[in-house]
Write a protein that binds this ligand. Sequence first.
Ligand SMILES: *Cc1c(COP(=O)(O)O)cnc(C)c1O
Length: 464
Amino acid sequence: MRYRSTRGDARPRDFSDILLAGLAEDGGLYMPESWPQFTPDQWRELRTLPYPDLAARVIAPFAEGSIDLSTLTRLCREAYAGFSHPAIAPLCEVEDGLFAMELFHGPTLAFKDMAMQLLGRLFEHVLSERNQSVTIVGATSGDTGSAAIEAFRGRDRLSVAILHPKGRTSDVQRRQMTTVTNDNILNIALEGTFDDCQDMVKAMFADQPFRDEIHLSAVNSINWARIAAQIPYYVRAALTFGAPDRPVSFAVPTGNFGNVLAAWAASRMGLPVKKLCVGSNRNDILTRFLLSNDMSMRAVEPSLSPSMDIQVSSNFERLLFELLDRDSAACARTMTEFRQTGRMDVPHKAWVHAGETFSGKTLSDEETRIEMARLYRESGYLADPHSAIGLAAGRQYQEQGVPMIVAATAHPAKFPDAVVAATGHHPALPPHLADLHERPERFDVLPNDLATVEAAVRKHVRRG
Ligand SMILES: *Cc1c(COP(=O)(O)O)cnc(C)c1O
């Protein structure tokens, strides 16, 4: 499989290249040159496979020419061995025909583990084949950083430096990062906001000599390998409800548009998907686009569902590329304009086309609390704020006879304050994290200064 940039300039690459590169050099996102197709019989054959084997079969066509099926199967089995539920992504009927697909049974209790656990192993495999090492640098407001640290800890060819805004992440989220003691992990508490952390990472990438010296790489959600690793759970759920002979719908609480894009990719591969419902908090740029073709940036406001506090959903560019019939020049122009003016001009026909599959729903914090309370009261289901938004979106667009499967993206114990406030019930951390609050923390507090941060990262890479 070859990959092309959504903006057209970058030369085509294979899967291993785009895994390590992340973003294309022209600023675009990598897309597979064509969608792998599964026939109805090929879908049916997947029905009886254990999750890791199914995942390998679904991902294999994307890695064709780079990683063979038996290697992928081994890596998938290792990646999902550490999940605490035997079904990996179990389905739970919350209301009649409305199902929670729980994606939070991995080591850090959020759906990011589903892709990141595999990504860590893919990186290690490709780097050892090439005899290379890289340094992964990332900014996090919570879930991505902990998932990356957990997936990359103790891996020889990788050094990891994660920046979080000092004093601005939740206790559980910070401790999941700072209590990891492997010496390839560096936690930086930056004196600044999450935006400062992101700008710092961008500045390090823009410093070409530094970037080359320590072989910088990134694992943010624009990495296609992460999207590919999120497709299998949609496939598994649909097959459980009778696909390919019967359609299903999905609802997904959305920030960077990565998770729901994976569901859409599954439909491009021939899986019958009726509707894709996007749930947003007050940072509702995607919902505004889907409901009224209004893609205009506003300031990011904090909400009860912090992992969705995003105004520029980077992965939307991939859908746009496809809506524009893969016209990369038009896509590049639209994205440049969006950056300059804060408004994206999507042609009416393309918007109508998106609306045939996608719909959206926004919940305020108050509506999210009401939804959490209602789920607990009426169904006994304890949902975190992100999953509750997904469930409300799913319920709104439910159709008779079509199962509505909702991505439950975080364990309630990851957001205990919001859960207690809405339901009165205190969610317990699972056994492997029960002593999280007693473990010693380790992090460097650094000023918001490029030279200081680069010096710390350099020293970390040269350790021992
Ligand atoms: C990252 C995250 C999301 C948003 O996922 P995207 O792929 O960015 O749309 C939703 N919920 C939780 C708990 C997350 O960690």
